[in-house]
Design a protein around this ligand. Structure first.
Ligand code: ADP
Ligand code: MG
Length: 309
């Protein structure tokens, strides 16, 4: 028996002439976290709209637990918890009311719904704010209300479109702690769309999407093994001297003001030579790090994740 929950096969969508998603295939297993990583315009939201039933793909097949599903099919929608890229809570209602209204859409009601909603808000650390207006909550708390709301009808799979947009570092970590706990306690699968390398790092399986096509896929470790060069960042007032040094080394640097970022096979061995080549005291900072998934994306596509299309 297969543990495959969701399967997409050769899904495609175009807006008029613009092909936003082409020949896209993917599978999500029970309890698996699958991430779609790509820059602006890659087709992530288009894919997300197809998955959440807002958009009919022009080609391809979707299956859930082996059954072909049509767009917006109620039996499939009942299995999904969706968090859209932009906030979609009713700001005039309280968190508890938002959850109850959403549960109602899925045919739930009564004491059961009340209890489940309160429990979810409690586990998300929102108990004390459950009766305040959503409009009064911080961005991070709102995002957690959205996550709680997506769970109220006990979905098997969560679909998240850039779920941590606008969160600060602490809120980001809390959101992920919530997700990880839910996965452990309820065995929920997660399919998320992101342009953040650190968020992609938390997934079991990744798909790199660029201009509507899959350009690479695999676990974060397997993908990262493709790039072994270290990444160095140097800040210096001796811009010309450093430019000359890099040129001699045959290194292409990415300058922004007095800061340059480049990759090198020489790793930390390059640092003393680099510092020596510049006037004394001219280096403000040197940082070396291992490549992250953003660097891998650049290596595969030649494009940065932060880039506009
Ligand atoms: P992402 O979410 O990865 O930024 P989108 O799926 O939103 O990418 O967009 C993919 C491509 O389709 C982009 O080139 C975008 O400009 C185009 N696109 C998205 N929505 C529409 C639309 N409603 N009409 C026309 N073109 C669109
Ligand atoms: Mg998007």
């Amino acid at each position: 028996m297969s543990h495959c929950l969701l399967e997409l096969e050769s899904v495609a969508h175009a807006y008029g002439e613009r092909q936003a998603l082409q020949d896209f295939s993917l599978s999500v297993d029970q309890g698996q976290r699958v991430g779609i990583l790509g820059p602006n315009g890659a087709g992530k939201s288009t894919l997300f709209k197809v998955l959440s039933g807002l958009l009919e793909p022009q080609a391809g097949t979707m299956r859930y637990r082996g059954q072909v599903i049509a767009v917006g099919e109620p039996s499939f929608r009942a299995r999904c918890g969706v968090v859209f890229q932009s906030a979609s809570l009713d700001e005039l209602l309280t968190p508890l009311e938002n959850l109850i209204v959403s549960g109602g859409f899925y045919g739930q009601s009564g004491a059961d719904l009340q209890q489940r909603s309160k429990q979810l808000l409690k586990t998300m650390g929102l108990e004390e704010r459950q009766h305040d207006q959503v409009g009064e909550l911080s961005g991070g708390l709102k995002r957690r209300v959205e996550l709680a709301r997506a769970l109220v009808h006990r979905p098997e799979i969560l679909l998240l479109d850039e779920p941590t947009t606008g969160l600060d570092e602490l809120q980001y970590r809390r959101f992920w702690a919530d997700l990880d706990r839910l996965r452990e306690e309820e065995g929920i699968s997660v399919l998320l769309v992101t342009h953040r390398p650190d968020e992609a790092e938390r997934c079991d399986h990744l798909v790199f999407l660029n201009e509507g096509r899959t350009v690479a896929c695999g676990s974060p470790d397997v993908l990262k093994a493709q790039v072994t060069d270290s990444v160095l960042a140097v800040t210096t007032e001796a811009v010309e001297a450093l430019t000359a040094f890099l040129e001699v080394q045959g290194i292409q640097g990415d300058w922004a003001g007095d800061r340059v970022v480049f990759s090198s096979t020489a790793g930390h061995a390059l640092i003393p030579r680099l510092v020596e080549s510049l006037p004394a005291g001219a280096v403000q900072s040197v940082a070396l790090r291992q490549p992250d998934l953003g660097d891998v994306f650049v290596a595969v596509t030649g494009r940065r994740l932060e880039e506009e299309s």
